[in-house]
Write a protein that binds this ligand. Structure first.
Ligand code: HEC
Ligand code: HEC
Ligand code: HEC
Ligand code: HEC
Ligand code: HEC
Length: 396
């Protein structure tokens, strides 16, 4: 019996993350400002900086909803999601007995409650996440992500892209996942996102068709000459370095959507064939469930609009009994409607009598109608339609 217990504990601890305390000097981005101000300002605008319960309405509403539906305490759900959204949290799991204490509202002074509400993690994915990774365990099971896929550095060492960096504030160490092998860093979290029922609803890793560019080339921009630190360490001037931007611009930055996909239109007798192709190395939409593409088709006779038709390309999620739900609470997903990486999808719409031309516009939306209404999301950003591409042809 005791041997069995030892084995069980061993197996469990293999999967669990080891917490390494971050010294207060390095916990939050304000500690880096004095010497890395431009980087801190870019990062502050990124979704990484918003990935905390307080700072993202959609994330917060999802956690509240899951807690209600699974009858788990809010803190337990927050800790589950922290695996990727707040990986420096100091508690990595909760027990059955915690659930009982929490249900009686007696958990105020518990380690769990303190960890969840600590100021040290309310910046979400900050500097002390990416730059404190020592090793990435690529040999672990595919489902081990976020904090479960990494070994943390000793506090006070910054992993970076340079072999010869020297800082008076912290030690530095070169890592290839900050340089030539950076996709590996992104896939620590951007892979294998699953629901509480075990349904993998997005897996950027399995859909990825690696080309010449890495994630950072498109989402941090190309390397350009600048300075890594504003500190005058090179004969009274900041040292010149090849640097990237820390904005991690993606789906929430509407200007990024322009021409992310292409449209081709052809007429075949009584039908119009719409080909949507995706030059990017991952599916679109991807990254998160409930994102949506809208194909807006307008038939015209001269300037007069005869008919308008909208096709929604999104995934619907269901829980027990087939009821609609959000990706994170889902048992099942409908057909994947995304445009595959470096691939295309073909649609056919019938011609309409009297139409002389047809215009097709393609829009992207962060959250589809169904999930917006389930979560009662209020901010306008979730429903905003960003124009991706548009095409027009004359009809015969
Ligand atoms: C999501 C991960 C991530 C986060 C969060 C992050 N960085 Fe980086 N950082 C990187 C990567 C990747 C590089 C290497 C870029 C390259 O290829 O040159 C980098 C490079 C750097 C460099 C070297 C100069 C440069 O721009 O290449 C400095 C300095 C730096 N980061 C500081 C910070 C600070 C300060 C913060 C917090 C405000 C931060 N980083 C947050 C991933 C991250
Ligand atoms: C007192 C100034 C100072 C402070 C404060 C500071 N740094 Fe630095 N940091 C530097 C200098 C100087 C370099 C080296 C720049 C170079 O060699 O071009 C550097 C380099 C780096 C690098 C690149 C390391 C490498 O090997 O590639 C990272 C990453 C980094 N700092 C992160 C941080 C983070 C995160 C914080 C806040 C917790 C921080 N720094 C606070 C001065 C500072
Ligand atoms: C520790 C986990 C983690 C790592 C490592 C990480 N990310 Fe993220 N990333 C996230 C999470 C979580 C979000 C969503 C935060 C939110 O919206 O609340 C996100 C958001 C993003 C977004 C914004 C997407 C959108 O919908 O607007 C981009 C772009 C992005 N990450 C790129 C990268 C790149 C490139 C790397 C590698 C250099 C990387 N990330 C590394 C967890 C991570
Ligand atoms: C060749 C450029 C390119 C590369 C390489 C690339 N992306 Fe993207 N990515 C885009 C474009 C374009 C979009 C759509 C517009 C936007 O959101 O920025 C996008 C969208 C995203 C989104 C939002 C997806 C959605 O549908 O909501 C995430 C998250 C993301 N990328 C992460 C990554 C990660 C992680 C990698 C590496 C594994 C990566 N990207 C590699 C160009 C690229
Ligand atoms: C395996 C790592 C991982 C785990 C665990 C995880 N997430 Fe995420 N989450 C991500 C990444 C990466 C993104 C960014 C993808 C994108 O924006 O396209 C993201 C984005 C999101 C978004 C979209 C935010 C926005 O602003 O659009 C929501 C909502 C979300 N996650 C909810 C949750 C909830 C709730 C949990 C816990 C039940 C959770 N996540 C656990 C990796 C994870």
């Amino acid at each position: 019996m005791r041997i069995l217990l030892v084995i069980i504990t061993f197996i469990v601890s293999l999967g669990a993350a080891t917490v390494v305390k971050v010294d207060e000097k390095f916990q939050t981005s304000d500690k880096c400002q004095a010497c890395h101000m431009p980087i801190v300002q870019e990062w502050e605008k990124s979704q990484h900086a918003k990935s905390h319960y307080k700072n993202d309405e959609y994330f917060r509403a999802s956690i509240d909803y899951i807690s209600k539906k699974t009858r788990k305490s809010l803190n337990s759900v927050k800790i589950e999601c922290a695996t990727c959204h707040n990986p420096r949290i100091s508690v990595t799991g909760t027990s059955e007995s915690y659930e009982i204490i929490a249900a009686m509202n007696l958990d105020k002074d518990s380690a769990v409650n303190k960890a969840v509400n600590s100021d040290s993690i309310n910046e979400g994915i900050n500097c002390a996440v990416c730059h404190n990774i020592d090793k990435i365990h690529t040999n672990k099971d595919e489902s081990a992500r976020g904090m479960n896929r990494v070994k943390w550095m000793k506090s006070g060492i910054m992993a970076g892209p340079y072999k010869d960096a020297n800082s008076p504030y912290h030690k530095t160490q070169y890592r290839d996942f900050m340089d030539t092998n950076s996709d590996k860093l992104c896939f620590v979290c951007h892979a294998n996102d699953k629901s509480v029922k075990g349904l993998v609803f997005t897996d950027m890793l399995s859909e990825y068709k690696k080309g010449k560019k890495s994630c950072v080339d498109c989402h941090m921009g190309p390397r350009k000459t600048g300075a890594a630190s504003t500190l005058p360490i090179d004969n009274g001037k900041p040292k010149k370095r090849e640097v990237r931007k820390h904005g991690f611009e993606g789906a929430h930055v509407f200007s990024m959507w322009k021409d992310a996909l292409d449209i081709k239109l052809t007429q075949k007798k009584d039908n119009i064939i719409i080909v949507i192709s995706n030059p990017q190395p991952h599916n679109i939409p991807s990254g998160f469930g409930a994102r949506e593409l809208i194909v807006d088709v307008t038939y015209k006779n001269g300037v007069k609009e005869i008919k308008n038709k909208r096709i929604s390309l999104t995934t619907h999620y269901t829980r027990r009994g087939g009821r609609p739900t959000i990706p994170h609470a889902a048992e099942k997903a409908s057909e994947d409607m995304s445009i595959p990486a470096n691939g295309e999808k073909v649609f056919k719409v019938p011609n309409v009598k009297g139409a002389k031309s047809i215009k097709v516009e393609l829009y992207y939306r962060l959250v589809n109608d169904e999930v917006r209404s389930i979560l009662k999301l209020k901010d306008k950003i979730w429903a905003k339609e960003s124009l991706v591409a548009a095409k027009k042809i004359r009809l015969k």
